[in-house]
Design a protein around this ligand. Structure first.
Ligand SMILES: [Zn+2]
Length: 417
C-alpha cells in the first residue's frame, strides 16, 4: 500500500476506507500504524480523509494523522456508501479550499455490547440525530459517534466521539459539541437493551421450539464470527441435539478438519466426525456426530468472495442439518445459504453465528431470538477477561465518574487504572 502512494509533491490528498478496530499482534492499532506510516511518506501538508465503521476503536493518536474522520451512522450498517462519499467530498473540499482540519476526539469509558446499540432505536437514535444537527452548523464538517468494537482487548477499545471543525477558529465549538455527544452517550449507558428476545442458551432453544412463527432464527451470540469469534463452538449444537426440535439448520460451524474428511466422500455417504473446538481452544466445545453428506462445494463469503469449501450434513436420525465450513464464515444473507445448496425456507429453526440479524436475514425472519452463549463474543462484556484496556470502563467498572457535572467536562483520564 505504501509503495503505491506517491510522494506528496505528486498528490493532493489521500482517501482511506478503513474499519477502525484492526488490532495487530505486537503492533497495536493497525489503523494508527498505517496512518503513521503514510504520514511519514507524504508529510503533513496534504489532507487525509478516513471513512470508518461505527465499531471503530478510536484514539487521540488516530486524530493526529487524519484530517477528516467520519463513521457510519447506522448499526446494522446500511450507510457504508454514503460515508465513503461523504469523506471523499470532504477531502475534495479540503484540497480545493486548502484546509487541514484537526479532528476533536473524546474517548468515552463505555463498552456497550454492540448488539444492544441499534441506531434506529433509542437511546442511540437521538444521539445519531444530534450528530446530524451538529453537522449542519457552519464550521463543523462532520460529527460521529462510535460504539467501538468491545470484544477487542486493546487500550483504544470502547466508545468515542469525533467532531471535525473546518478551521482552527471552530475548534472550541467542536469541543463543546463533542462533549455534548459524549455526555448524551454516557448518560444513556443503562438504557441500552437487546431489541429481540434474549435468553440463556437452553431457554433460547425452548423459546424457538415453542414459537408459533416458523423460520425462527437463533443467534449464537457468544460465537459471532462478524464480531471476530471463531465460529467453531459446538456448545449450542450440543443443546439442540438433546432437544426435540423441528426441522433445524445450524447455519455454520467452522471445522477445516471435518471438511477435509468429507472431501474424499460422496454425497449420501455416512461420516463420523468431531465438530468444533478447532480454533478457539479456550472457549469452544466440540461434539461427536454421525452425519450423512447432503451437499459439498464452495460457499460464498461475507463480502461476496469465495468463502472456501463447505459441507452440508444431515445428523443421522434427526431433522437437523449442519453447514460445516473450512474457514470462518458469516452466513448473513439467504444467498450465502443458497451458494451451498441450502434453502433456509425449508427450515423451522435456523441457528446463525451472528449477533443481531443482518438486514437480509431480518427481512425473512419471522422471529429472532438471542442465545446468550459463552465465547469470545460473549454479550456480557463484564464476563470477558481484559488485560490491555488500561483504564476503567463501564460495565466492567461501575464506579466511574466521567463528567464533572458542574463544569460539564469529561474526567476520563482520572479513571486510569
Ligand atoms: Zn461494524
Amino acid at each position: 500500500m505504501l509503495d503505491r502512494i506517491p510522494s506528496c509533491q505528486k498528490i493532493d490528498g489521500i482517501w482511506l476506507y478503513l474499519h477502525g478496530a484492526m488490532e495487530v499482534e505486537e503492533i497495536g492499532s493497525g489503523e494508527v500504524a498505517l496512518l503513521s506510516a503514510i504520514r511519514k511518506k507524504v508529510g503533513y501538508d496534504i489532507p487525509i480523509s478516513v471513512a470508518l465503521d461505527f465499531h471503530a476503536n478510536n484514539s487521540t493518536e488516530l486524530t493526529k494523522y487524519a484530517n477528516i474522520i467520519c463513521g457510519y451512522k447506522t448499526a446494522p450498517h446500511t450507510d457504508m456508501e454514503e460515508t465513503q462519499i461523504k469523506t471523499a467530498q470532504l477531502l475534495l473540499k479540503c484540497i480545493r479550499e486548502k484546509l487541514l482540519p484537526k479532528p476533536v476526539i473524546i474517548q468515552i469509558p463505555l463498552m456497550i455490547t454492540g448488539d444492544m446499540v441499534i441506531t434506529s432505536s433509542e437511546p442511540m437514535k437521538t444521539i445519531i440525530d444530534e450528530t446530524e444537527k451538529i453537522e449542519r452548523q457552519p464550521g463543523i464538517l462532520s460529527a460521529s459517534v462510535f460504539n467501538g468494537q468491545n470484544w477487542v482487548d486493546a487500550p483504544n477499545a470502547g466508545a468515542s466521539v469525533i467532531v471535525v471543525p473546518e478551521k482552527e477558529e471552530y475548534t472550541e465549538l467542536a469541543h463543546n459539541e463533542a462533549r455534548k455527544l459524549a455526555k448524551m452517550f454516557w448518560d444513556a449507558r443503562e438504557k441500552f437493551k437487546f431489541q429481540v428476545d434474549a435468553f440463556e442458551p437452553e431457554e433460547a432453544v425452548e423459546a424457538a421450539i415453542s414459537a408459533e412463527e416458523k423460520l425462527v432464527f437463533i443467534t449464537d451470540s457468544g460465537d459471532n464470527t462478524t464480531a471476530g469469534a471463531a465460529g467453531d463452538n459446538a456448545y449450542l449444537l450440543k443443546i439442540i441435539l438433546k432437544k426435540n426440535v423441528g426441522h433445524t439448520l445450524i447455519g455454520g460451524i467452522t471445522d477445516s478438519r471435518a471438511v477435509k474428511i468429507c472431501e474424499s466422500k460422496r454425497i449420501g455417504d455416512r461420516v463420523e466426525l468431531i465438530l468444533g473446538g478447532e480454533l478457539d481452544v479456550e472457549n469452544s466445545e466440540s461434539v461427536r456426530i454421525t452425519g450423512i453428506i447432503k451437499n459439498k462445494g464452495n460457499i460464498l463469503g461475507w463480502y461476496g468472495e469465495d468463502g472456501g469449501k463447505a459441507v452440508v450434513l444431515n445428523i443421522e436420525g434427526k431433522s437437523i442439518d449442519i453447514i460445516v465450513t473450512e474457514r470462518r464464515c458469516a452466513l448473513i444473507s439467504p444467498e450465502i445459504f443458497e451458494s451451498i445448496g441450502v434453502n433456509i425456507y425449508d427450515y423451522e429453526i435456523v441457528v446463525v453465528k451472528l449477533g443481531y440479524l443482518y438486514p437480509k436475514l431480518a427481512q425473512v425472519a419471522k422471529k429472532a431470538i438471542f442465545a446468550l452463549t459463552p465465547g469470545a463474543s460473549c454479550e456480557a462484556i463484564e464476563k470477558l477477561k481484559f488485560y490491555n484496556i488500561g483504564r476503567k470502563v463501564y460495565p466492567i467498572n461501575k464506579d466511574i465518574i466521567f463528567f464533572d457535572e458542574n463544569k460539564n467536562v469529561p474526567l476520563a483520564n482520572k479513571n486510569t487504572i
